[in-house]
Design a protein around this ligand. Structure first.
Ligand code: ZN
Length: 473
């Protein structure tokens, strides 16, 4: 986020759709995940998983290697059926597999030395997949659980699939990195659906906590904020990557192979920092920022003709009403009560390095804190147009409206707050947390599936507020 110096009047094009919003029925989008039931169980390696018959060079018997090897065996099962079925191409396993310890003895493959290479990668030069079982994989497992390894290696194997498809995936020597990365994330998503549907001999994944873990680990391997999508190394922001993953999950590998620069460009959010952004686009969450936020929200939601709520600094809870600190919407007096100190703490910049090592001070970035306030404000707008506030659809509608506000704050040249690089990823990271308010109803209750929360926010961001009430009526 950054503050702007321009002041001007704003005509809002938002919320035309929400005006038509009427009563509520629960269920619909909240009751399923891309057409599959919402499930809760321990996700990961099956207790009855077979021992993969794969030749992995330098392999150990640690947990990271066991999960990595099972993942390769599993994606090979998946693609050995999918490549012939969807593309008429016979499946060929990768030529070799390599496990290494980036802190241990050096190994080599077609892409060079492994020493100090904290990574997992597909190497096109010798058609191999390699992974760091010493540092990268154990760190990921510790922080995000075993599915993080599955996600990363399914993505890497996606590059091997690309290598096999070539022209059938539109891949040439000049294909930009971001297209290849989006396809690989999409292929990983399509594989995950197959697992979720119970086809895997190795893994089980629930659509609630299981998929949440898969999506959160895409966030972990995102590019640093401020990378341009044209950059050769661009993997995409978490927002862009989750889009690709969900596309594959919902529509399958053919759709993934159809991703190209033309259809990608309009939805891509990755961009370099604006030269006007100071402090890497970071602002403090204080009285002044909250004032700017209020102006931005008032402008974005003016079209709803609903009474705008007051934002007051207090305990973050309503007297005798909802208590969802650090911010609560109080319907009784149309007020958003915030705990500014707690939000300032929450709004501190994300330390990606510390986050990766499992040590953070709780900072989720300025946009995460502002989104939490915006979500409570969005409840006031919903109340103003007669929508319900206390069910799953209210939570998803809230996430959708926060997305619509973020896009408006980004696009209206005369609002005082606008997004900077990395802001959307802060919102996504916040959204996937169990205690996030962004997709929560007035009582702080949220739908279990992060998949649905992200989808709702993205819908608002890409399409504005009209679909928010249609989809989550
Ligand atoms: Zn990649």
């Amino acid at each position: 986020m950054r503050a702007r110096t321009l002041v001007a009047c704003v005509t809002s094009v938002l919320l035309a759709g929400l005006m038509a919003c009427s009563g509520t029925t629960d269920g619909g989008a909240a009751g399923s995940v891309a057409g599959l039931p919402v499930t809760h169980f321990q996700s990961g390696l099956r207790s009855d998983a077979p021992t993969p018959s794969l030749d992995v060079q330098n392999v150990s018997d640690n947990e990271a290697d066991r999960i990595a090897t099972a993942t390769i065996a599993d994606v090979e099962d998946y693609w050995s059926k999918q490549l012939p079925d969807d593309f008429g191409v016979g499946f060929q396993p990768v030529s070799s597999l390599l496990s290494y310890d980036s802190n241990g003895a050096n190994q080599q493959n077609g892409c060079g030395n492994t020493q100090k290479n904290v990574n997992a990668f597909y190497c096109g030069a010798d058609d191999s997949v390699a992974w760091d079982r010493g540092v990268l994989l154990p760190t990921m497992i510790k922080q995000f659980g075993p599915l993080s390894v599955v996600t990363v290696l399914a993505h890497e194997f996606g590059h091997a699939v690309q290598f096999r498809l070539q022209a059938k995936a539109g891949i040439t020597r000049t294909t930009p990195t971001i297209v290849k990365e989006q396809q690989a994330d999409c292929f990983a998503g399509s594989y995950y659906r197959w697992v979720v549907e119970g086809n895997s001999r190795y893994f089980t994944v629930s659509t609630a906590e299981g998929l949440n873990a898969a999506l959160s680990s895409l966030f972990l391997v995102r590019d640093s904020a401020g990378t341009s999508a044209q950059d050769r190394q661009a993997h995409g922001t978490a927002f862009d990557r989750i889009f690709a993953f969900q596309l594959g999950f919902e529509k399958g590998p053919k759709e993934c192979a159809g991703i190209n620069m033309q259809n990608l460009q309009p939805r891509l959010t990755e961009r370099p920092f604006d030269p006007e952004d100071v402090n890497g686009g970071t602002i403090d969450i204080d009285d002044q920022t909250v004032g700017l936020l209020k102006e931005s929200l008032d402008a974005a939601f003016a079209g709803a003709k609903a009474p705008a709520p007051k934002i007051v600094d207090g305990t973050g809870a309503c007297k005798g009403g909802p208590a969802t600190p650090p911010a609560s919407y109080c319907p009784a007096n149309n007020t958003v009560n915030i705990d500014l100190r707690a939000l300032a703490k929450l709004g501190r910049p994300v330390d990606q390095g510390a986050e990766f090592r499992g040590r953070t001070d709780g900072g989720r970035g300025d946009f995460a804190a502002l989104s939490e306030i915006a979500s409570r404000y969005a409840l006031a707008i919903q109340k103003g147009v007669g929508a319900s506030l206390d069910n799953a659809n209210a939570g998803l509608r809230t996430a959708c409206l926060v997305g619509a506000w973020a896009a408006a704050a980004n696009n209206l040249t005369d609002t005082k707050l606008r997004l900077s690089a990395g802001d959307l990823d802060e919102a996504i990271s916040d959204l996937l947390r169990p205690d996030s308010l962004v997709a929560a109803d007035v009582n702080g209750k949220r739908v279990d599936a992060g998949f649905n929360r992200v989808e709702a926010m993205r819908m608002g961001f890409l399409q504005g507020s009209s679909p928010c009430s249609k989809e989550y009526g």
